[in-house]
Design a protein around this ligand. Structure first.
Ligand code: NDP
Length: 352
């Protein structure tokens, strides 16, 4: 007779749903401490969680409707998101202790047992050893900004294009602006929720202009920032901000429809249709507004990651992060990100 070792883990489960018109609150989440068997079956590995990502789309998983491609979370079930960890024990060929691994469905749990098939081995040299960047600039966030601009942005170098970005100081937005500049936009303008974020965009990322949408006269200030009108609009937020930006767009412009975070606490289809007035402008001015969905471009992930890694290493893009520590702060980090508490990518550091 031999005893199977047990490990104590902490994890975050869904305690309740915010409801289709509700703002998510701390009470929707619960921290648990449980004891799990460490027994590893063939093909499995035990990994320690290093970093978790918190993302706007998780809001859709909190309700029982879910969203295409991302199913609804179960009440009482462990939550999950993009994560990075280190292998502690392996019974799978190709993985050994010390390997850095990632999954798009990493449980919000301090240690996890995975089927090796769902894990991807990561090369730390791509991020100069700063592993959290695999969840940000050199991960799905960076890919969203890069491939969104590449596939839907229609940047034409030398054409003197003005690019406006909403949610500009967030994870995707802060990268999309920098990438738009690299690709050849002549003017990059950001819209975000605080003056501190505006200074960050201008002073640290080199945006030409940045506007706080919580202040008065946003429309006239945007006009001042964009004397030649708006050619490209990378839309992270939707709602009235986007209607205002689109009203200042030029003939044959392009909206990169990335996300609509201002609508995520409402019972809306994704993406919600624009109001008739905005719809009419899009039609009259021949402006494209194609939805960008990262998951439709899996064939470009590898080349995209190489490109992002190179830009990060050469300093052509700066990858700002807001990091909080501890599994017990994961839900709080999500709630904070949803209400603008982050600059750059919101990361939760779970262990060293
Ligand atoms: P961010 O890091 O940008 O964080 C979200 C930000 O949204 C907050 O910091 C806040 O900044 C802003 N925000 C929150 N509520 C509102 C509101 N009502 N009006 C305006 N701004 C608001 O998150 P991500 O970079 O991860 O995601 C950005 C967008 O990209 C989201 O819409 C997301 O769904 C989308 N996305 C789409 C993907 C795709 O494949 N199409 C893939 C990944 C993300 P502030 O202080 O400025 O208000």
């Amino acid at each position: 007779l031999f005893l199977i070792a047990r490990m104590k883990v902490k994890r975050v489960v869904l305690a309740s749903r915010p409801g289709i018109f509700g703002e998510p609150v701390p009470e929707n989440f619960r921290l648990e401490e449980v004891s799990l068997s460490e027994e590893l079956h063939d093909g499995h590995i035990l990994a320690r969680t290093l970093y978790l990502s918190v993302d706007p789309y998780l809001r859709c998983q909190m309700d029982d409707t879910g969203m295409e491609g991302v199913p609804s979370w179960k009440i009482g079930g462990v939550l999950d998101s993009n994560g990075i960890g280190v292998v502690e024990k392996s019974k799978t060929n190709g993985f050994t202790a010390g390997d850095i691994v990632s999954s798009f469905n990493w449980p919000w749990q301090t240690q996890c047992i995975f089927d090796g098939k769902v894990l991807q081995k990561m090369d730390p040299s791509l991020v100069n050893g700063q592993l959290s960047h695999f969840l940000g600039a050199v991960g799905t966030t960076g890919l969203t900004a890069y491939l969104g601009m590449k596939e839907k942005g229609h940047v034409t170098p030398g054409a003197n294009q003005t690019l406006v970005i909403s949610g500009a100081a967030g994870a995707c937005g802060s990268l999309a602006g920098q990438i738009g500049r690299i690709q050849g936009c002549s003017r990059v303008v950001g819209i975000c929720g605080t003056d501190e974020k505006c200074s960050f965009l201008i002073n640290e990322l080199g945006f030409d202009c940045a506007l706080n949408y919580k202040k008065k006269n946003l429309a006239s200030k945007l006009k001042e920032c964009c004397p030649n009108g708006v050619d490209l609009y990378f839309d992270n937020v939707g709602g009235t901000i986007s209607d205002m930006v689109i009203s200042q767009m030029n003939q044959n412009g392009h909206v990169i429809l990335c996300g609509q975070i201002s609508q995520y606490n409402k019972d809306m289809c994704h993406p919600p249709p624009p109001p008739p007035q905005t719809e009419a402008i899009l039609k009259e001015r021949n402006i494209t507004r194609d939805r960008f969905l990262l998951f439709n471009y899996t064939d470009q992930y590898q080349s995209g990651i190489q490109q992002l890694s190179q830009w990060l290493k050469t300093g052509q893009i700066k990858a700002k992060e807001t990091i909080v520590q501890g599994i017990e702060n994961t839900a709080g980090a999500f709630l904070s990100m949803m209400t603008g508490g982050n600059i750059g990518k919101q990361i939760v550091k779970i262990s060293e």
